[in-house]
Design a protein around this ligand. Sequence first.
Ligand code: ATP
Ligand code: MG
Length: 221
Amino acid sequence: MPRAIGVFGGAFAPFHNGHLRLAIEARDALGLQQVRLIPTAHPPHRPDSRVSAARRLEWLRLAVRRERGLVPDDRELLRDGPSFTIETLIELREQFPQAALVLLMGADAFRHLHTWRRWEELLEYGHIAVFSRPGAAPEASVETRSVLSRRRAPDIEALLASTAGRWLAFEPPMLDISSTRIRRLLRQGRSVRGLVPDAILNAMTPADRSALTQDDDATTH
Ligand code: ATP
Ligand code: MG
């Protein structure tokens, strides 16, 4: 049974080398036996995505096939309706009662934590490890500060001394890649080699490219 499990969710449309590298850095920096990569079924901010969930999962599988401890997890795709992280954490807690669960989250997401469903309960089921994103340092929002200030762990040992309940900022080296940038390059007919794992690139069909280029890019990243 793994002692410490990372939980890394995203639209992954497509999964790219920034995601891959982050998962590896988190695994190694935090000493995680597993990082579970969880594609979201219905990205709430991108409801009309043309890239199917099955395809996003397939790409993810191709990308991490040979990576120690990186585990594609399709539980949100199997659930009806939109997925909420709290439900995913509760399920994982039932499945791994003894493990430290560590939700991996970009600082941009962390600043909006108060908008997440039942956010106060997340720490009952797991820890949170926040990593910097360009323009966003790991900082709790005003709305969450009174709860989170008491829960900050001084270091990784303190975090992993329990299975849930604390948060920590960590600063992995980051690749400047986003799925938005990849979709934009594809739209321009340009190469995305080096940004997307070769295994994904080699499996991309014209239909995949077309679906990705049609995706709405009104989102920020
Ligand atoms: P989009 O541009 O479509 O929003 P994205 O590249 O931001 O895509 P998501 O699927 O939205 O990817 O993000 C999933 C998770 O991956 C988020 O927690 C996000 O912070 C993180 N992430 C995205 N890009 C990187 C990167 N280059 N390095 C590390 N983490 C990243
Ligand atoms: Mg994003």
